[in-house]
Structure formats: C-alpha cells, structure tokens
Write a protein that binds this ligand. Sequence first.
Ligand code: SF4
Length: 345
Amino acid sequence: MQADNARRTSTTPAHLVEAGLVPPEQAAALEEVVQRYALSVTPAMRDLIDPADPADPIARQFLPSPAELNSLPEELADPIGDGARSPIKGIVHRYPDRVLLMPTVACAVYCRFCFRREVVGGPGGLTVDELDAALGYIRDTPAVWEVILTGGDPLVLSPRRLADIVGALSAMSHVQVIRIHSRVPVVAPERVTDDLLTALATDKALWLSVHANHPREFTAEARAALARLAHAGIALIGQSVLLKGVNDTPDTLEALMRAFVATRVRPYYLHHPDLAPGTGHFRPAITEGQELVAHLRGRVSGLAQPTYVLDIPGGHGKSPIGPVYLDGDTVADWRGTRHDLRHDR
Ligand code: SF4
C-alpha cells in the first residue's frame, strides 16, 4: 500500500501514519488540527523528514501539531491586514506602485506557520470572471509598476492559466515588473517543467521569490529546478521565515543563506513570524532574531544578507528590524572624519 502511494502528496493524518511519520495513536488529535488548517506534504518534503528525529526541522514545518489549536489573544486571523487593503477580490493594494494579485489560495505544501493559514487551502481562489476583474483593476491603475503574484502558491496553477496571467500583465505598458512568490521550486521541484518555463516567458522583468527555511530543503532536485529557472532568465530572490526549532541557530541560518546564494538565489527577506493563530510555538523573540542576523553579518558576504523584517499588523506594511551595527557616537565620529577628508580633497 505504502509503495503504491509513495509519490502521493500526504493530505490526511492517515497518510502520515501510513508514511511512518506519525504514530497511529496521534492521528485522531491531528484530525482536529487538520479540520481547521489544511494539510499537504509533498513527496519531496516527506522524503526529507527523519522519522527518528522528534525535532526534525522539516517535519516541524509541515506536520500538524496539537499546539496549533492554542491561539494567543494577540494572534489575528489576518495578521498583516490584507483585508483592509483589498479594493477587489484577489488584489491587495498596500503601496502606491505595487499590488498583490492572488489568483489561487492552493499551495503545494501547507506550512504550519503560514500567515495566511486561515485562507490557504480553502475555497478562496478566483473564478475566471474574478480574475478578469482583478486584472482589470491593475489595467485601470497606471500607478502600478510591479505586480506580485502570491496566494497561495501561483506556481501550482496550470501552465496554461499562468501563461494567461503573465501574458495579460505583460500587455500592460505601466507594469514593468512581475514578481512571483513560490515554494514550488523547493517543495515540488518536478513542477518546474519546460511548460512552466514557457508560461513564465515575458519581455517584462520577471522575478521569482523562492521561499525556503532550512538548508536541507535544497535537495539535488531543488537545485536542478532552480538552475532551470535561472537558465530561463528568471531573476531569483529568496525569502525565509525565522522559525523556532527550524532555523533559529547561527549555523543553520548561515547554511541556509549560503544554500540560497550557491543556487543563484539572492536572499531578500528574512521574515519575523507574523501573529497568525496557533503559531506561537514558532516565534522567537525579536532580540534573538537580531542577534542571529548580526552573527550572519560577521560570517558571510553581503550577497548572503537578507533584510530582517516584521510586518506591522493592521496592513501597515513591512519594517526592517535588523540589528543596529553602529551607535550614534561612532557615526558622528565617522561623519567628522569624512568632513575633514572632504576638506582635504
Ligand atoms: S507555501 Fe506560502 S502561502 Fe502556502 S502555506 Fe506555505 S507560507 Fe503559506
């Protein structure tokens, strides 16, 4: 039975029991979690989990836990305020020059810490008419310079649907940049096919923001998928979430950033976890995050430095929260020196 299903995505606690990742006696408790928050573990991620390690960082990201049912008072169903900034279904317009376009709420995997966990895996994807209306909003808003396709994971859409969206955006003269946020190249690298690459072909600048949180996610298959994307001329940037028990040690974070750069993915954002319901067990203190980022600064090149950011609840957007490297006196001293040097020129 398990051999027949070995390449099937696990979407129920019973599948996880069958794969040897969850003891049978835990299945009933996990059913309750999965009723609330969707479950999906791709074969690529399932293969990476060490069932003998109770602290496995891959398992922690994708296997449900009863801790998810413990919501804290400060946690919010919509922690970054998407709803407050949505002028039309499928669009979030938070900054003047860019919009989020969310054609699907499906993902290849459902991360247990996801900030949109109340939405992903549900029925909120756009119908054909709703997608047309969302594209119409962008077409009618000349200030939009960059469109960020997110969701959900846009790369789970069929190449035909993706090609339609990329084609429609490419035809809008004011849209100069198309950015796609995806976990697919890492968690389901087999989806990076020639058809997908053809669907992403455009004369506009297309940036793919690849989400990965642990160096082990960079399997040979994932590295090959990223190489295919790079060879297709797609600019690759990386985003990660700082997660307790996954990547909150200096060595792991450093190895993660090196893995990004070695696969031609420039680290972009390191997100402090948002206040999503039932995710308190993933959130380190911001001071811990700042120490980790300071450590990174001392160990790896500038290419491997992400910006550590916090999304301010209520739709206010991202704020950099990285450590301060120079105190006011040091900067004042430097300014004085600089001033003198200018006079010397
Ligand atoms: S892939 Fe992204 S949107 Fe989907 S569950 Fe993970 S973090 Fe959330």
